[in-house]
Design a protein. Structure first.
Length: 290
């Protein structure tokens, strides 16, 4: 009977110990999450806009808490102690990754570390991948990158894949963006007047910025450049270069200027032509009988 109660006590103690370890693990991750949120809010108030580094560190610490807690819980179960020994051997976390993660998962973690180190893109950057996937980087964690597209959908790409892709980063080192205002006019329309209208509509837009240097100002370089770029089959194609401080403002400016240019063209008698074709019919006279 004594052995029975002793065994029951040991099993109860083991169960309580494992539960306490798991509870401590959950509480630790909760406290880490709260501390991170406070830290992130304080950084936001100081207008520091790149949370990439500390967001990635947060995920690494979160993984460390879970792995450590689960490892100690397993260690206290005698039948699983040999598993815990292999998990906690050497560097611990590296052993866990190698023992339990697949090669692809390990590649995602390593690629995530390289992304955070070399920063081809950061959180809140606007990027384009494969010319079809466009959006704002919302998060970079140990496994994947989350991109929010302009339809408010989330694109989830493993780090090992996105690190090998050619991408366009609109915010890399410089947020300024140049938008092309391209309009076609008919051959009978006044080119100088059309160029003047495009110039004025770009220049007066609230998001247009002046990128001229002191040397450009001394030389009298205009704030906005408008040129003829193509003599098409049925139109003269014009392009205005419009600069904005960031991609969001550039998109709004491009839409607004295209609309205002169209209205000005209608008012000033500048024609935006439809494609035209000239068709000639051969006069096939009937063969004369011999």
């Amino acid at each position: 009977m004594t052995d029975f109660f002793t065994q029951l006590y040991d099993e109860a103690s083991l169960t309580i110990t494992v539960i306490v370890i798991l509870v401590i693990t959950v509480v630790a991750q909760y406290l880490l999450k709260r501390a991170f949120k406070r830290f992130e809010n304080s950084r936001a108030r100081t207008e520091i806009e790149d949370p990439t580094n500390y967001r990635f560190i947060y995920y690494a610490l979160l993984a460390l808490i879970y792995v450590t807690g689960i490892s100690f819980a397993i260690w206290n179960i005698p039948s699983l102690r040999h598993v815990a020994q292999s998990m906690l051997a050497s560097a611990g976390i590296l052993a866990i990754v190698i023992g339990f993660a697949s090669q692809q998962a390990l590649g995602n973690i390593i690629s995530g570390v390289f992304i955070v180190m070399f920063k081809p893109y950061r959180i809140n950057d606007r990027i384009t991948i494969k010319d079809t996937l466009r959006g704002i980087v919302e998060d970079i964690n140990l496994r994947h990158t989350i991109i929010r597209n302009f339809e408010n959908q989330r694109i989830i790409i493993p780090n090992s894949i996105i690190s090998n892709e050619v991408l366009v980063n609109a915010n890399y080192n410089d947020d300024k963006v140049c938008k092309f205002i391209e309009v076609s006019i008919s051959y009978g329309s006044d080119i100088d007047k059309a160029k003047s209208i495009i110039f004025e509509e770009i220049e007066k837009h609230q998001f247009n910025i002046d990128i001229r240097t002191e040397e450009d100002l001394e030389k009298g370089v205009p704030r906005v450049t408008v040129r003829v770029i193509l003599l098409g089959e049925s139109s003269v194609n014009l392009r205005g270069w419009a600069w904005a401080a960031d991609p969001a403002g550039g998109f709004v400016m491009q839409c607004d200027v295209l609309e205002s240019v169209k209205k000005r063209f209608d008012k000033e008698g500048i024609v935006i032509p439809f494609p035209q074709r000239t068709i000639s019919y051969l006069d096939e006279s009937p063969h004369k009988e011999l």
